[in-house]
Design a protein around this ligand. Structure first.
Ligand SMILES: Cc1cc2nc3c(=O)[nH]c(=O)nc-3n(C[C@H](O)[C@H](O)[C@H](O)COP(=O)(O)OP(=O)(O)OC[C@H]3O[C@@H](n4cnc5c(N)ncnc54)[C@H](O)[C@@H]3O)c2cc1C
Length: 421
């Protein structure tokens, strides 16, 4: 009996041992699976991180205007660019001698400060938190920063080089850039070289405007703050238009808004009013008599100019050129502002006036181009670290969406901010 009990006890003990062994085995298996998964995740994350950290691409920028050069600065500062090529069809002297002044608004100033632009080291002047400088001074400054970055990034600036099909053909297939930024201005045709549609959306800004320029070679070409005047009315009674008897549109800011900007040598004027159908506006929109607009600009200049610059008189009036009549202000923006060239694996984005342009000069048009560049750093990062084509397409889609948003925001608030306030 005792032996049998002992035997049974032995069988029970063996079962217990087996169960324990199975449990230990299951525990070991689970633990080693967990460790393997953890090691896999850590290795993958580190490899991805390493790949992302190492990822560097080659970028080509077409156009060395203020927008193209700022895009170049964004590219070199992104830390994701190995080789940067910047082109312009103009030679250095022609590129830097343009007479217009640019007015950087507070948002553009903040954006540029973030890119390391040192306004204390640039010829220009501040007024109402805007920075005014000559376009050539700004471009020269950016070219000098790019020069300094040559130690870290392979930067090539090719001035006097036009972007054409021939230029592209000369690049070896293996050397093609991964990103092309087209910033060739409102008259450039680089998009067509790349097969990008030149279809534009043209949208009304619900305002009418006219521009004038005065060139006086005996005056100074130094940065000068802009002058703004609001709620202007013109006496057109000599032409049979009695402005004061007209009902005014209560929702629109009444009257005309005037801006005088540029240097004393190259003065520009912009006159704008919210769209309305008053007798005066109708008259100024359709008049065939070009001297009426000229008179308005002439008188306005003499009233609002700075004290230190000479008045326009009948003798000097021929220095002025202006719109013949008021026209509707329209914003044109490309329907396709970003594209992927399949086969060559190139992502293209269109920036500045090549992407969106007004038919009216507000005197601070460059800011519209700067807005588009606010998404450039992320776009370069996403393209450089893309694992596959889908990632690149997503980056392009986000870029295009941002470009549309820039145009939409301008349509809603751009003119009021640049002219009415
Ligand atoms: C008369 C006038 C007055 C203005 N006044 C003001 C002002 O007071 N304040 C302000 O903020 N803005 C002003 N602007 C607007 C301002 O000049 C523009 O907003 C700004 O220049 C646009 O910059 P961008 O770089 O997009 O184009 P752009 O400055 O036009 O630069 C494009 C560059 O691309 C180059 N290019 C073109 N095609 C090719 C090609 N195929 N290959 C290589 N290179 C090419 C061109 O040579 C050019 O240098 C004024 C504009 C004008 C016309």
């Amino acid at each position: 009996m005792d032996g049998l009990q002992a035997d049974n006890a032995g069988v029970g003990g063996i079962e217990d041992n087996d169960e324990e062994r199975y449990r230990a085995l299951a525990y070991d298996t689970a633990l080693s699976t967990l460790v393997a998964v953890a090691v896999y995740v850590v290795v993958k994350v580190s490899l991805d991180g390493f790949r992302q950290w190492r990822a560097r691409i080659s970028v080509l920028i077409v156009g060395s205007g203020p927008v193209g050069l700022t895009a170049a600065l964004v590219a070199v500062r992104s830390g994701k660019v190995l080789k940067l090529t910047v082109l312009d069809e103009r030679y250095r002297a022609a590129l830097l001698c343009r007479p217009q002044q640019i007015a950087l608004d507070p948002r553009s100033v903040k954006f540029l400060l973030g890119l390391g632009v040192d306004f204390d080291n640039m010829e220009g002047c501040w007024h109402s938190e805007h920075f005014f400088t000559r376009i050539g001074v700004f471009q020269e400054y950016l070219l000098s920063i790019l020069e300094q970055k040559k130690l870290k990034v392979d930067v090539k600036v090719q001035l006097g080089t036009k972007f054409t099909e021939e230029y592209l053909r000369r690049i070896q297939r293996t050397q093609w850039p991964r990103v092309i930024v087209v910033a060739d201005g409102s008259c450039g045709d680089s998009c067509s070289v790349l097969g990008i549609s030149s279809d534009y959306s043209v949208e009304s800004c619900h305002a009418y405007g006219a521009n004038a320029t005065i060139e006086r070679l005996d005056q100074r070409q130094v940065p000068t703050p802009e002058i703004r005047a609001h709620r202007l009315y013109f006496d057109l009674s000599a032409y049979g238009v009695e402005a004061l008897r007209e009902p005014r549109n209560p929702t629109a800011k009444p009257g005309f808004h005037l801006k005088i900007y540029g240097t004393f040598r190259n003065r520009y004027m912009a006159l704008v009013c919210p769209a309305s159908d008053t007798k005066m506006v109708r008259f100024l929109r359709h008049t065939a008599n070009a001297s009426i607009m000229k008179n308005i600009f002439h008188q306005s200049f003499n009233v609002y100019k700075t004290d230190v610059e000479p008045r326009l008189n009948d003798v000097t009036l021929h220095h002025m050129q202006c719109s013949r009549r008021l026209f509707e202000i329209q914003l044109s923006h490309r329907r396709i502002s970003a594209a992927f060239i399949e086969g060559d694996n190139v992502a293209v984005t269109v920036e500045g006036e090549a992407a969106r342009v007004l038919n009216f000069d507000t005197g601070c048009g460059v800011n519209l181009g700067m807005r588009g560049l606010e998404s450039m750093g992320t776009f370069i990062y996403r393209t450089a670290t893309a694992v596959d084509q889908n990632d690149i397409l997503e980056a392009l889609s986000a870029k295009m969406q941002h470009s549309r948003q820039v145009a939409e925001t301008f349509k809603q608030t751009g003119l009021p901010q640049s002219m009415y306030e």
